[in-house]
Design a protein around this ligand. Structure first.
Ligand code: ADP
Ligand code: MG
Length: 447
């Protein structure tokens, strides 16, 4: 590709709003792929169904405070952040309406019989991002396909329309005049464009939106008769694009703002219990026992299990020895994960050995091990910081899901679009804003 051809493509990326802020606050293109990811149509449908079942499972888990507490209390003892979240559920004010916006992430292994085996990486119940930028990269690819610069035809999707209508329906069911959505954000957000997609879609539908950080909520927010007000706006829904990492709670001010949200009449997306249901510890418990049969019908449990990779807690025994001894031998085949979201926290493969020598055994319950998914690699042309380069790459597919419930009854549970992130195969982490992965579109193929 000539530098002029690349320039034309980057200009189109800007035109379609495929943008983020760099660490200096300047607008730059988000990293993107020029090789759409191809998956069989039947597999995509199967993953959409899997996402509905997963939404159901995690929603059911979140209803069961006793289960959450029992599973997470040992972890809470050694992990201050989990301790804080567990402490919130006792004060959580259960709303008549519940709304879950999630993303179910998968990697794909090629089996010996030639079939692709999807494996769930994780189910994100808080701040599931990139719905808007994923639409933007799809539009860019479709334009490049029209111009015959790229081959094929990328799948259209409209996750943002799904989210916005789910939010609008929830607001309308509150029956209040002028109920607003509070979009809770981090003070220095680089992924502002992605958030703006939902912001604009809500404004178009007549839903007022207030953007504020936890510190601003503490300053301008108050409870009146149990209702949350931020400035002159009465808040019907709080949508979290912050609050998923300990860094979001640097002081008592931000913790008390979060407590105020939990105690209010606003519908929280997600409630603390839903956030906790999405922890790696709960994923591990569900993956390593038959307990999920208590939350979903047996046939569904079996389908969900088929996509789980092996997981165990660091405090457990594995094949007749301690998990630490087991990992010492098999480090290369595992990923070690703490109870954190947002990327950059895991320990991969051989690094696990060194890491474990420095980790006190008293902290074992804060970590889970997951079998490393040996994802199939394909060649992709990736554009990062205005440079295009071919890489052997791995693609991760996320399916967004929307679930709405009222008085404990399911009202809506549907898949609403997707995200593809493609990264060089020698890179462990998957974050786009952190510069590890490139946004991509999806093409559905026969086989
Ligand atoms: P986070 O909540 O920080 O996003 P994840 O569990 O999603 O944590 O892990 C971050 C990234 O690491 C994933 O997007 C994926 O690319 C990679 N990863 C996570 N688990 C595995 C695994 N079991 N095998 C291979 N790669 C993994
Ligand atoms: Mg993740």
């Amino acid at each position: 590709m000539t530098s002029e051809e690349l320039r034309n493509i980057i200009d189109r990326a800007h035109y379609f709003g495929l943008l983020q802020k760099n660490p200096h606050g300047q607008l730059v293109h988000a990293p993107f792929s020029l090789t759409p990811y191809r998956l069989p149509t039947a597999l995509i449908s199967q993953l959409q169904i899997h996402t509905q079942w997963s939404s159901l499972l995690f929603w059911q888990v979140a209803q069961n405070f006793d289960f959450l507490k029992e599973m997470l209390e040992p972890t809470a003892k050694v992990d201050e952040f989990i301790r804080f979240l567990v402490s919130l559920i006792s004060h959580e004010k259960r709303q008549d309406q519940q709304l879950l916006i999630n993303r179910n992430d998968f990697l794909f292994e090629r089996k010996e019989n030639g079939e692709l085996q999807p494996l769930q990486v994780e189910f994100n119940t808080i701040s599931a991002s990139f719905a808007h930028l994923s639409e933007r990269v799809t539009s860019l690819h479709q334009q490049l396909q029209q111009e015959n610069i790229l081959k094929g035809s990328s799948l259209l999707h409209d996750a943002i329309v799904g989210f916005a209508s789910g939010i609008k329906d929830t607001i309308e069911n509150l029956g209040w005049q002028d109920a607003a959505l509070l979009m809770l954000v981090q003070p220095k957000e680089r992924n502002w464009f992605d958030q703006m997609g939902l912001f604009v879609a809500l404004c178009k539908r007549g839903v007022p939106v207030v953007r504020a950080s936890l510190a601003e909520v503490n300053e301008k927010g108050k409870l009146k008769n149990g209702d949350l007000w931020v400035g002159p706006q009465r808040i019907g829904i709080v949508y979290f694009r912050a609050g998923y990492s300990p860094g979001d709670f640097p002081d008592e001010v931000s913790c008390s703002a979060r407590r105020m949200l939990e105690a209010s009449s606003a519908v929280l997306v997600p409630e603390a219990s839903m956030q906790l249901a999405g922890t790696k510890k709960i994923q591990q418990v569900l993956a390593s026992s038959d307990i999920l049969r208590e939350f979903v019908p047996e046939s569904v449990a079996d389908q969900l299990k088929a996509y789980f990779a092996n997981m165990f807690g660091l405090e457990e025994e594995v094949e007749g020895r301690t998990a630490r001894e087991f990992l010492e031998e098999h480090a290369e085949q595992y990923v070690l994960k703490p109870q954190r979201e947002g990327g950059g926290n895991n320990v991969y493969g051989a690094e696990i050995r060194n890491f474990l020598t420095s980790l006190p055994t008293s902290e074992d319950r804060a970590w889970v091990a997951m079998r490393r998914i040996e994802a199939e690699t394909t060649e992709s042309l990736l554009v990062v910081k205005e440079q295009a380069q071919p890489y052997q790459s791995i693609s991760e597919l996320g399916i967004f899901g929307l679930l709405r419930a009222q008085s404990g009854d399911l009202r809506l549970n549907m898949p609403v679009g997707h995200l593809v992130r493609t990264k060089a195969s020698n890179v462990n982490e998957g974050g786009v804003v952190a510069g590890f992965a490139c946004l991509n579109s999806l093409i559905s193929i026969e086989k």
